[in-house]
Design a protein around this ligand. Structure first.
Ligand code: FRU
Length: 459
């Protein structure tokens, strides 16, 4: 049965079976958080891309529903986003109810063309119809994808950000009727251009210490030769007037979103209820170079814990931080807490999940290391050294091709003294928040069965 499924997580969404990659169409509507995702209904490797669908009330317990937008003859349904057309400006609504509009990239593999298309739903995202006027944007190009649409209130228009993947550009389009789009600006190449640019998102993010102040953050993923040698996400901080994005001088090289190997294609939720702080996003917890080897069954691919975003200043530069959604942290307020030295471990709601927190310190000539182990196996270590800072090392282990899982990443850390590390472990998924989320590291680890992981501290 599925309970016997190999490495199935409990707090992170993973489909019952088959392949999943990017989150798509994140929207809160009619009392449900919607998570659509890139899904292959027919197998556990990438292919037949369709939009799978799950809903949640609390962002940690998910109910998987039927595939919402299946692959069409001659068209795979690539990544994209959903908005609520409250005023029915598209005319696609019926009976006074606002339709959900899904913008996705239609990929015609035979013609090798990617174009932006629209589908709409009248039944809370359970089923979709294709807009008769598709595609809504067609440049006749092969690598043009991942539309993210949002309402830009100051200039009263809908804005779409979308990637020209091989040109390393993000384009900005505007619309007032959600059907006709005009190009107003573009950003890039900039920062990392080692792979294709994918899944852009542009968000207004509050400052950590002054939430009434905000900065625009443009995130774009790079599919190869980036974080630790694999795929990863970068961001730029700047100004956006509804037409084009101007990067801050200090942010022009880009910064790394997540220092781990497994956080990709994140997008933020639309229409968050007032009690849920935002922006809130979720990312695919895998990597384009290694994800196809991950030894999970009969599913492959999970989403990260949902995370709220903030901006903070460091060395005269605006940086992006992430916090685990409150409902995830709450699950670990377990009565049984083990405290070993400075290390606190709380078991989660299910066997195989736990939360660990510790503060590491650095002294002259000595470095502290936090390790995640299973039996004799070291799955992951975080070493704190004065120079260069934090060294994350995910070791080769488990039954995956040798070499495919080695990632060492370093993050220079200017702080002297103690650094707080908070780790969520869930079967095979690890979300690590350093210094209150100012650095984040996400990865998959596959302890050999019978998996029993623990956290130890080494001097
Ligand atoms: C990112 C991505 C997107 C594309 C989708 C296809 O992981 O390559 O650019 O739309 O996956 O599944």
């Amino acid at each position: 049965a599925d309970d016997q499924a190999r490495y199935r997580p409990r707090l992170h969404f993973a489909p019952q079976r088959n392949w999943m990659n990017d989150p798509n169409g994140l929207v809160y509507f009619a009392g449900e958080y919607h998570l659509f995702y890139q899904y292959n209904p027919y197998g556990d490797q990438w292919g037949h891309m369709s939009w799978g669908h799950a809903v949640s009330q609390d962002l940690v317990t998910w109910e998987e529903l039927a595939v919402a937008i299946p692959e069409q003859a001659g068209e795979m349904i690539f990544s994209g986003s959903i908005i609520v057309d409250w005023d029915n400006v598209s005319g696609l609504g019926v009976g006074g109810e606002p339709p959900l509009l899904a913008y996705y990239t239609g990929f015609d593999a035979v013609a090798d063309i990617q174009r932006q298309c629209l589908a709409y739903s009248h039944d809370r995202g359970r089923t979709f119809s294709f807009y008769a006027g598709n595609p809504v944007i067609d440049l006749g190009m092969a690598h043009f994808r991942d539309p993210k649409v949002f309402w830009h209130a100051p200039s009263s228009a809908w804005v779409m950000v979308v990637a020209l993947s091989r040109e390393h550009k993000v384009q900005f389009y505007r619309s007032t009727n959600l059907l006709d789009w005009s190009l107003t600006g573009s950003f890039g190449p900039a920062g990392a251009t080692s792979g294709q640019w994918e899944c852009p998102d542009l968000m207004l993010v509050p400052l950590q210490n002054d939430p009434l102040q905000t900065r625009w953050v443009l995130k774009v993923d790079v599919d190869a030769a980036f974080v630790g040698g694999g795929s990863g996400a970068q961001y730029f901080v700047g100004k956006f007037d509804g037409f084009s994005f101007i990067v801050d001088r200090d942010s022009a090289d880009g910064d790394t979103v997540d220092f781990g190997p497994d956080f990709y294609a994140a997008i933020s939720w639309g229409e968050l209820p007032s009690e849920q702080p935002g922006p809130l996003w979720i990312g695919w917890m895998s990597n384009h170079q290694t994800g196809r080897f991950y030894p999970t069954q009969p599913w492959r691919g999970a989403q990260s814990l949902p995370r709220t975003l903030f901006v903070f200043e460091e060395a005269g530069r605006w940086k992006l931080g992430q916090r685990p959604v409150a409902s995830a942290a709450k699950l670990f307020e377990a009565p049984q807490r083990g405290v070993v030295g400075d290390l606190t471990v709380a078991s989660g709601p299910t066997k195989g999940s736990f939360h660990a927190s510790v503060s590491l310190t650095v002294t002259e000539g000595a470095s502290e290391t936090m390790v995640l182990v299973a039996g004799d196996e070291v799955l992951l270590s975080i070493r704190y050294e004065r120079e260069p800072g934090l060294i994350f090392n995910r070791n080769d282990h488990g039954d995956i091709p040798e070499g495919s899982l080695t990632f060492e990443t370093v993050t220079a850390y200017p702080t002297e003294g103690r650094i707080a590390i908070e780790l969520f472990f869930d079967s095979c998924l690890v979300d690590i928040f350093v210094d209150g989320g100012k650095r984040v590291y996400s990865c998959c680890v596959f302890p050999e069965a019978p998996a029993f992981a623990r956290v130890a501290l080494e001097q």
